[in-house]
Design a binder for this molecule. Structure first.
Ligand code: AMP
Ligand code: MG
Length: 347
């Protein structure tokens, strides 16, 4: 029997509103225009605006550095690319000598393991084989439209046996993966890029303000020339072309959203989305439709948004309470629940 299959990959889970605000207010008054960039990278739409205190080419230079850094990180973290560092690490699965990690990958992985422990495994980058079985990246590339078969439960169970963050051994910069395991860093790639971009902005020293959007993850930095807050819109998961509100942010924040509308495949009217519960290997069914997390670091906001989606509202709130982070949950009825800290920024 022919199945009715459709594949959806939204390129924009979260939107930043700084451009509209800027053009109608402060920039015209101050006479300073930001350097703007828009393109695609990491399988999503990326854009940024950078303000420098003086027109001396500093904003243009940092914009070029950001382009290169995002490209390099994408090349390092992609498991689909055989030449990536992550693919090389995955090839060592079962090798007792393990892999030697670059300092950047080690730092990302340490943060991931920390969130795995705190979330009791709801966030787990060792489920790479299960992510591949579902072919989540294939949906994004539009490869399976019309012929997709959902995985068999037995296959999922078998692959889950080789997963589990507690089976990893990281000692110094040496990582040992058990046979059959593969890492997937899709949940934190954009957050890791935001952390690198933040370091570039800080190093540059001449950037007065910037807002960077990488798909569902946004970095705000410094100030706009008119002193107004950065505005980051949050999509309505029930109708993603609309917004449920926006965050008004001063200075440095990382905002990440995980939602079931961002990437999914629909088979015979059932939606299978890209946020898997490592306990079952199936798309998480915790009652939430999207979670937005605010933190000072990109890998953290990105990992926590994925973890909170899997955990649901009650356990997700307890998780973010363990960090310097805020969260906002939207459930299937459109009900919004958020931490007190988030309420100070949301309108
Ligand atoms: P995000 O949209 O940032 O929440 O990341 C989703 C991506 O992370 C998926 O496309 C998978 O590649 C991966 N992923 C899915 N579920 C999990 C999970 N429970 N823990 C870690 N990574 C996951
Ligand atoms: Mg994430």
């Amino acid at each position: 029997m022919k199945k009715n299959v459709s594949v959806v990959q939204r390129l924009r889970g979260i939107v930043f509103l700084a451009l509209g605000v800027c053009l109608t207010a402060g920039c015209a008054a101050s006479g300073r225009e930001p350097v703007r960039y828009a393109g695609t990278a990491m399988g999503t739409v990326v854009s940024w605006q950078i303000y420098a205190a003086e027109e001396n080419g500093a904003a243009e230079a940092v914009s070029e550095e950001i382009c290169a850094a995002v490209g390099d990180l994408e090349a390092a973290l992609s498991w689909r690319d055989d030449s990536s560092e992550l693919a090389a690490v995955n090839r060592t699965a079962g090798d007792p000598g393990g892999a030697v990690l670059s300092p950047a990958l080690k730092k990302i992985l340490e943060r991931c393991l920390d969130v795995s422990e705190a979330s009791e495994g709801a966030f787990d980058v060792t489920i790479g084989q299960v992510v591949r079985l579902w072919d989540i990246d294939g949906w994004a590339a539009g490869e399976k439209s019309g012929e997709y078969q959902i995985p068999k439960e037995r296959q999922i169970r078998e692959l889950l046996e080789d997963a589990g963050y507690e089976k990893l051994s990281l000692s110094g910069n040496r990582l040992c993966l058990p046979q059959g395991m593969a890492l997937d860093l899709g949940a934190v790639g954009k957050g890791a890029a935001l952390d690198e971009i933040l370091a570039l902005l800080e190093e540059n020293g001449q950037v007065s303000g910037a807002v960077v959007s990488l798909g569902g993850s946004v970095l705000t930095y410094g100030e706009k020339p008119d002193g107004s807050a950065w505005s980051v819109g949050i999509a309505d998961p029930l109708d993603p072309d609309r917004m449920i509100g926006a965050l008004s942010l001063d200075g440095q924040w990382c905002v990440s959203t995980s939602g079931d509308y961002e990437r999914y495949v629909e088979v015979d009217g059932i939606r299978y989305h890209h946020l898997l519960d490592p306990a079952t290997g199936y798309p998480a069914d915790s009652g939430v439709r999207s979670v937005t997390v605010l933190a000072r670091e990109g890998v953290l906001s990105d990992a926590l948004s994925t973890a909170c989606f899997v955990l649901g509202e009650e356990r997700g709130l307890a998780l973010v309470g363990q960090y310097d982070a805020e969260a906002l949950f939207v459930d299937g009825e459109g009900k919004i629940v958020m931490t007190d800290g988030m309420a100070r920024y949301f309108h």
